[in-house]
Design a protein around this ligand. Structure first.
Ligand code: AMP
Ligand code: ZN
Ligand code: FE
Ligand code: FE
Length: 274
């Protein structure tokens, strides 16, 4: 049995509804997916419902964006309670911050001579937690960028001129929020943290797992992260970071991890609850 522990829906910056996602996952031979939308749990109830209708296990999750020094750090939360009050309250705030950040990025784009309206972005994002992928899609739609990757490379990618921070929580706060909602905090795609000292400090902030298997991780990175996980007693996860048409090169089913990793997550949750 196989799982993909990192997929997004249209409740954040993916393009598939939870129902479409479940159908596609089933077709690609997966037995289990974890829905981990950015800073929202709104896709979980429809996802889990669609999953039970089609005999596909859908795990409750989310991907929180924390800020550490001058970079954003993504922390996955597995097996959270989607109805946890403290979590829901914070997520509302985080969504508002993301909306404000869209305006900040649009201001920066303007200084670069790129005039993109907020309306164009929010028409694409709808009621989802808004993010850079919506901005990139709006830029392509308005003829301001040739492709999503062009928009990231030239304008809004990390360390690019129109990039903006503005996330309100730190890695330890993200960890506590997830644990408080009964979930397992896992550091997402660690390769994005270029500085090993920063990586160790973030691991030290209480994450319980490391996303070892990820499309951008080479075999030597996987080995490095497996060693780190062993050294610090961390759980291991992996997933494709599927975003539908938002990331057209990443297909569902392209990265499958053994279901045993899901069992370890569940075991860790059981231990946390006693
Ligand atoms: P945000 O949460 O608004 O900072 O946006 C982060 C999201 O942007 C990631 O989860 C990806 O979906 C997307 N993203 C980041 N970098 C790139 C890139 N170079 N090409 C395509 N999508 C990207
Ligand atoms: Zn995303
Ligand atoms: Fe991420
Ligand atoms: Fe992601």
């Amino acid at each position: 049995m196989f799982a993909d522990l990192h997929v997004h829906t249209s409740f954040s910056d993916g393009t598939c509804s939870p129902e479409e996602l479940v159908r596609a996952a089933k077709k690609s031979g997966l037995d289990c997916v974890a829905v981990v939308d950015h800073d929202t749990v709104c896709g979980l109830a429809p996802g889990m419902e669609a999953g039970s209708a089609r005999a596909l296990e859908v795990l409750a999750g989310l991907e929180l964006t924390a800020q550490y020094e001058n970079q954003e750090i993504h922390i996955l939360g597995y097996l959270i309670d989607p109805e946890n009050k403290a979590l829901l309250k914070k997520l509302e705030l985080l969504k508002n911050n993301r909306t404000e950040r869209v305006y900040k990025i649009l201001e920066k784009l303007k200084t670069m001579g790129v005039e993109l309206s907020a309306e164009a972005v929010f028409n694409i994002a709808g009621n989802a937690t808004p993010g850079r992928l919506h901005i990139a899609r709006a830029m392509v739609k308005e003829g301001l960028a040739g492709s999503i990757s062009h928009a990231f490379q030239k304008y809004i990618g990390d360390r690019c001129p129109a990039y903006a921070l503005g996330f309100q929580i730190s890695p330890p706060e993200a960890v506590e929020l997830i644990k408080g909602a009964g979930g397992i905090p896992v550091l997402a795609h660690p390769y994005m943290i270029k500085d090993d000292e920063a990586l160790l400090r973030i691991i030290g902030s209480g994450v319980m797992g490391l996303e070892v298997y990820y499309p951008e991780h080479s075999q030597s990175m996987v080995n490095f992260y497996l060693d780190l996980a062993k050294k610090y007693g961390l759980l291991i996860t992996g997933g494709s970071d599927f975003h539908g048409e938002g990331k057209p090169d990443v297909k569902l089913g392209s990265l499958k991890v053994p279901y045993e990793l899901v069992e370890r997550l569940k075991e860790a949750k059981r231990k946390m609850c006693v």
